[in-house]
Design a protein around this ligand. Structure first.
Ligand code: URP
Ligand code: ZN
Ligand code: ZN
Length: 483
């Protein structure tokens, strides 16, 4: 008789396109059996009355990322991955960021050292390219893409990160030639600087003016420019952390004329609004992130974009800075202008439970939830079908949810090293009960069973086929057999 290292029995399992009542058998870390009834394995998890979903893939989070302003991110790979797994995410892709003047290789080596011995879940790395020198473009990037770093983020804003339009074209061209995915932070840097100076001159420096310094129109303009560049170079791109309905409309327009273009949004644009930046005293700093949350009415448009397919993925953009910390949100004190507040909020643990609210409220169906949070990011970054799907041969990364047990989000119950959550007091319909990676139970009903260092580094496949310059044709993101 067949034996299994682990069985998960009695649940309803989210197979691609269908929720099926079946048992699941795991051997050597992979799913080897899906059947109506299986005998209990060496370890047997009872999923009766529960949903069994693929482990979440968070394609956009920042852990222990060096910053240039003296601030320090709250989470390293230990606390960040611990927080992720308690929220049902079993694969994360944070960023190895190049400091200008630094080689990309040095950034990657440094980032491996930061993850080593700490990461509790599997992880790949995106690159952040801030200094696209001829050596980076012609030697380093192609070599790193070939080694499994197949996606990189570029910025259109932040003085120490932003690329010029010409540099963006150079990077897109490398992505096209070598089949990599470029993630674009689309906000117009000059407009932000101009507005920030004017707001400060008027004495408008409180956290709430962060939103006024980065209005939707400047996100829309940069989004349109990035899309135009991607059309010019003929390479698919991903616009990350789309916040505003205006930018979303630009994306929808391009998609409807056949541009191969992908978009990501995040829970902060579904659950927070610019009103949250107006908290008492300096409290609004807790919700300062870029792009900023928009007016409350904008949230419905973003939900609509999720339901209609404008967005391919939902990521957390977890970028945690402690509130009561001179290396965190209060870097320059509580009276400092919003300009000096480190950008970013925690969210790696709350991403899946928050989005699950959309399932409970009928805004998206369960299949779309799984696609947005696991399958599509795994495909986007060349990790599918190993990750992001429950299928024979895939890694046994599984999350068991009890969809009948609402939870009210409270900082005291979370596992990040950040000292607040922007979602305090929001009640979500469900929370992951049991989290499994490669057949090992990492967390069970609030109990941590994972060890630091047990997460593995994942080299990513190329998400898109490389094709020669000049061979213009409709672009496809995935290999033909996966489309
Ligand atoms: O404010 C944010 N989103 N901080 C994280 C860095 C980024 O641009 O994604
Ligand atoms: Zn960004
Ligand atoms: Zn980010």
């Amino acid at each position: 008789m067949e034996t299994y290292d682990l069985t998960v029995r009695g649940g309803r399992v989210a197979l691609p396109g269908a929720l099926v009542a079946c048992d699941l058998g795991v051997r050597d870390g992979r799913i080897v059996a899906l059947a109506e009834r299986l005998p209990a394995g060496t370890r047997d998890v009872d999923a009766t009355g529960r949903l069994v979903l693929p482990g979440g893939v968070d394609g956009h989070c920042h852990f222990d990322q060096p910053t240039g302003d003296g601030s320090r991110m709250a989470d390293d790979f230990l606390t960040g991955t611990r927080s992720a797994l308690f929220g049902g995410t079993t694969t994360i892709i944070p960023f190895a960021a190049q400091v200008r003047g630094q080689s990309l290789r040095a950034a990657v080596d440094d980032y491996h050292a930061r993850a080593s011995g700490k990461a509790m879940i599997d992880h790949a790395f995106h690159l952040i390219v801030t200094d696209p020198t001829p050596d980076v473009l012609t030697r380093e990037l192609p070599a790193l893409i070939a080694e499994g770093y197949t996606s990189f983020k570029i910025y259109m804003t932040y003085d120490d990160l932003k690329l010029s339009d010409r540099q963006i074209l150079d990077v897109l061209s490398v992505a096209r030639d070598h089949g990599a995915m470029v993630m674009v932070h689309a906000e117009n840097a000059d407009c932000i600087a101009w507005l920030t100076d004017r707001l400060e001159a008027d004495g408008k420096t409180a956290p709430l003016f962060h939103a006024a310094s980065r209005p939707k129109v400047i996100e829309r303009e940069a989004t349109h420019r990035a899309i135009s560049f991607s059309e010019l170079v003929d390479v698919p791109i991903l616009i990350v952390h789309v916040s505003g309905a205006d930018a979303m409309e630009e994306i929808r327009r391009a998609q409807s004329r056949g541009v191969s273009l992908h978009a990501e949004t995040c829970p902060q644009y579904l659950f927070l609004s610019e009103d949250d930046l107006a908290g008492p005293g300096f409290e609004g700093a807790k919700c300062i992130c870029s792009p900023p949350p928009r007016e409350a009415g904008n949230q419905a448009a973003i939900w609509q974009g999720l339901a209609t397919g404008v967005f391919s993925i939902v990521s957390s953009d977890h970028a945690p800075f402690r509130y009561d910390d001179p290396a965190g949100k209060k870097l320059k004190g509580e009276d400092a202008s919003f300009r000096w507040v480190p950008n970013g909020i925690p969210g790696v643990e709350t991403r899946l439970p928050l989005l699950f609210a959309g399932v409970a409220e009928g805004r998206i169906d369960l299949d779309r939830f799984v696609d947005l949070t696991a399958t599509a990011p795994a495909k986007m970054y060349g990790l599918h079908p190993r990750k992001g799907v429950i299928a024979i041969g895939s890694d046994a990364d599984l999350v068991i949810w009890d969809a009948r047990a609402p939870v009210t989000i409270a900082q005291a119950d979370l596992h990040s090293a950040c000292d607040y959550t922007p979602y305090e007091g929001i009640t979500v319909p469900a929370w992951p009960e049991v989290v499994i990676q490669r057949g090992a139970v990492l967390a069970e009903r609030g109990r941590l069973l994972a060890e630091p260092g047990q997460g593995r580094f994942l080299a990513c496949d190329r998400p898109a086929p490389a094709r020669p310059l000049g061979a213009r044709r409709p672009t496809t993101l995935f290999r033909a057999d996966e489309a």
